[in-house]
Design a protein around this ligand. Structure first.
Ligand code: HEM
Length: 465
């Protein structure tokens, strides 16, 4: 059976046979499902020029393969951990940029997505995304990046050891342009949070039967919001691999997003003051920026935090079309309107969903509110960068007119990730209240420090180099 990219029935990895089984053995982990990466190292590499450097770059990539594992092994290890607590092996992931393919002498075999081909530093990409000029990016990201290597594990020791093994394979013709270190942050209850203090990584598209079953049976269910996406929204036949019918990859976005925690906390307070929210209701101000309370409780479901076991994800905005509970501009509503985005069909809207694989970076101490040096290494897997990542940032987050609702005022920018001029916004005075109040938009507290588009190729491709 060929790999069905548009199948409306999810793939069971445990029962996969034939081409599906081979695909899972040839695919990198962290694409169909996030690999555990509480400790994450990222190397951004530049290959040298000339025949010798090309050979050295190819040799380096091929030598990485024994340190890597397949998606299948990654899934088996995750299952063994779930069943018996057996720890898995570190994750090593590799991606190449369009310029990277060229340095390997593979220009004509490079993946064809036009957004991938032009890269994130291209003027067209910068304009589409309202990104700061690359001269303001961190130095490593201002250079031409050719490859990314990710090394992740649940614990720091195995991650560090594996990183050392990867570095030992580097040779003189390869320059490390930047090195990032990601580390999961936790709240008091042990939940993974981002630096503004909100539970993150809960709502993700699911591609596999086993993950959908677990979501339905062990979480809050899938009766209202269906997290299933077909494989074709994340997998792309690897054009440079020996057998594109079984060898797949994915387009991978990396964006280093610095978070000004102090300014965000001030924005939460300011909005609470403007709306004159009293004690127990003040936390709703931040929830209106994000769309969830800090403990993950969806604002459209509850006026207060507290629904956090498990963090809920089985919801839509069907009973809140005007944004009287969760404002239309809230980050999670802009990034996934769950059927309220004004599209002709739900399928059209779902084409824009993307598999986030991010990790927080930067150290901080309890109660500390840094204005720089911490943030999110935003990462996501896509099959179509223009329809997924770029669409969400450009047409949703940065678009003051999205989502449109009747004659209501334009929602304005996504208060968390929006880039561009920020018109004032209206907010419901009380939860589920028809009375709204206009207020200046919160200032931008997330700053893009650099990024790039990669393709995560299949293992047979890397082995063939
Ligand atoms: C520093 C920057 C960012 C922060 C602090 C942030 C924070 C969050 C938080 C707290 C959630 C809720 C947790 C969850 O539903 O899983 C979330 C969800 C989400 N974010 Fe972000 N995010 C950031 C950047 C981005 C970017 C750049 C994008 C895409 C362009 C994005 C897309 C999404 C999506 C699609 C969801 C899930 C929405 C849903 O399905 O309901 N985020 N984010």
């Amino acid at each position: 059976m060929p790999v069905e990219l548009n199948d409306t029935v999810p793939l069971s990895w445990k029962n996969a046979t034939g081409d599906n089984e081979t695909m899972l053995q040839h695919l990198q982990p962290n694409i169909l499902k996030g690999h555990v990466r509480d400790r994450l190292h990222i190397l951004l590499l530049q290959f040298g020029q000339g025949p010798e450097a090309t050979a050295a770059a190819r040799a380096f990539l091929a030598a990485l393969v024994p340190l890597m594992k397949s998606a299948k092994t990654g899934l088996e290890e995750a299952e063994a951990f779930k069943q018996h607590g057996t720890k898995g092996t570190p994750y090593v992931g590799v991606g190449l940029t369009n310029a990277g393919y060229a340095r390997l002498g593979l220009t004509s075999a490079a993946p064809s997505d036009p957004v991938f081909q032009r890269g994130m530093r291209d003027p067209q990409s910068l304009a589409n995304l309202n990104d700061p000029d690359p001269t303001q990016w961190e130095p490593g990201y201002q250079q031409e990046i050719h490859a990314i290597v990710l090394v992740g594990d649940a614990d720091s020791l195995p991650a560090n050891t594996r990183l050392g093994e990867v570095k030992a394979l580097l040779n003189d013709s390869i320059t490390v342009l930047a090195e990032e270190t990601g580390k999961t942050q936790h709240d008091d209850a042990g939940r993974a949070i981002e630096h503004f203090g909100y539970v993150d990584g809960r709502s993700l598209p699911l591609f596999l039967t086993e993950d959908l079953d677990a979501e339905r049976d062990t979480m809050d269910g899938t009766s209202v919001w269906n997290p299933f996406l077909p494989l074709g929204r994340v997998l792309v036949a690897d054009p440079a691999a020996p057998d594109p019918t079984t060898d797949f990859g994915s387009y991978f976005v990396l964006r280093k997003l610095e978070q000004n925690v102090r300014a965000f906390k001030a924005a939460e307070e300011e909005l609470a003051d403007i709306l004159k929210l009293d004690n127990h209701d003040r936390e709703r101000a931040g929830a209106m920026l994000v769309g969830r309370f800090r403990d993950g409780t969806p604002l459209t479901l509850q006026a207060q935090a507290g629904a956090h076991k498990p963090v809920m994800n089985d919801f839509t905005y069907a009973s809140d079309t005007a944004g009287r509970k969760c404002p239309l501009q809230a980050h999670i509503r802009k990034s996934n309107p769950r059927g309220s985005g004004g599209f002709e069909t739900p399928e059209e809207e779902r084409l824009h969903l993307l598999a986030r694989r991010g990790q927080t970076y930067g150290e901080r101490t309890e109660g500390d509110q840094p204005d720089s040096g911490v943030g999110l290494l935003f990462m996501a897997c896509n099959s179509d960068l223009g329809q997924q990542f770029e669409f969400v940032q450009r047409r949703w987050a940065d678009n003051p007119g999205f989502p449109r609702h009747g004659t209501a005022a334009e929602p304005g920018l996504d208060p968390v990730t929006g880039q561009g001029s920020r018109p004032s916004q209206t907010w419901p005075q009380a939860w589920a209240d028809n009375e709204t109040q206009e207020a200046p938009a919160p200032e931008q507290t997330v700053t893009m420090k650099g990024g790039e588009y990669f393709f995560m190729p299949s293992l047979p491709f890397l082995r063939s180099l």
